[in-house]
Design a binder for this molecule. Structure first.
Ligand SMILES: Cc1cc2nc3c(=O)[nH]c(=O)nc-3n(C[C@H](O)[C@H](O)[C@H](O)COP(=O)(O)OP(=O)(O)OC[C@H]3O[C@@H](n4cnc5c(N)ncnc54)[C@H](O)[C@@H]3O)c2cc1C
Length: 248
């Protein structure tokens, strides 16, 4: 049997997290189907519901955006602090009914391969504040994507100045992308490029290395097709950020 706990402080949540079989529950869009599957019928442990931790705040100063981990994707879209570019990527993640529940912390922890918002967080140099039994730490998002945060993500901190561009190819406009490219040119000229659909999670790629990628193929696109898409979409986004204005 799985027990349910709803801590009201981060310290309490971290203490529960040390219990065997503990599972973090945020919006539940991925976690609940897994926990209620037949395969999980004999599972024991404790479910840690984050909703009373007050981690759904969004703050922004001139250059830095801070997203509390339980900020929902819809809150990101509605908040004036979030640049329109990132709000647009959040809108692409899922239909509104799911966006009302799914959190940005849950998105980072579950690291879906086709998440264009994760690609956006990568180019924005996102850092994760993570709490664990060993104390608090801060890591770059690319260090933990797909390998697990090893604790409780409490906040995502990212830069939001500069020019950004996004291109995608999907089977239909509403479908998740086969390949997508997101690029950002910071005010100091540094350029970052991230791709979806070329690896098990969205990844940062050096612009000069795109043609040498060997993406895994599937029924939606062979490896060669994905590589060609990656090259074309990367060229487009890199060209667009060259003469684009800032994204506010
Ligand atoms: C119908 C449907 C359609 C979807 N479509 C898309 C899509 O098109 N593109 C896409 O990218 N995703 C899609 N998703 C996936 C979903 O939107 C994301 O995975 C979601 O953001 C997960 O967030 P959550 O808050 O629901 O996480 P939960 O389901 O609560 O948790 C997901 C995982 O993250 C862990 N976790 C959650 N919060 C934290 C935290 N703060 N610290 C550490 N670990 C944590 C949980 O333990 C669990 O393992 C879809 C999901 C559904 C149900």
């Amino acid at each position: 049997m799985v027990r349910y706990r709803r801590p009201t402080t981060i310290e309490e949540a971290l203490e529960i997290l040390t219990e065997p079989g503990s599972v973090i529950l945020a919006g539940g869009t991925t976690a609940v189907p897994e926990l209620t599957s037949v395969a999980a019928a004999d599972r024991t442990g404790v479910l840690i519901d984050l909703q009373d931790l007050g981690l759904d705040r969004i703050r922004r100063d001139e250059r830095v955006l801070r997203l509390g981990a339980t900020t929902t994707l819809q809150q990101m879209i509605d908040a004036p602090e979030v640049p329109e570019f990132l709000a647009g990527l959040a809108r692409r993640e899922a239909p509104r009914t799911i966006r009302n529940m799914a959190t940005v912390g849950g998105l980072v922890a579950s690291a879906p391969a086709t998440s264009e918002l994760l690609a956006g967080l990568l180019v924005c140099g996102a850092r994760l504040r993570i709490g664990s039994g060993d104390g608090a730490s801060e890591v770059h998002i690319e260090e933990v994507l797909g390998s697990g945060s090893g604790g409780l993500i409490t906040e995502i901190v990212l830069g939001c100045n500069g020019a950004m561009a996004h291109e995608r190819v999907a089977r239909t406009p509403a479908d998740s992308p086969i390949v997508a490219a997101v690029a950002r040119r910071r005010d100091d000229g540094q350029v970052r490029l991230a791709l979806c659909g070329v690896a098990p999670t969205p990844v940062l790629v050096e612009p000069g290395a795109v043609a040498g990628l060997e993406p895994p193929g599937d029924f939606r696109g062979s490896s060669e097709y994905r590589r060609r898409l990656a090259v074309t979409l990367s060229e487009r986004v890199l060209a667009r950020i060259e003469d684009a204005g800032d994204n506010k």
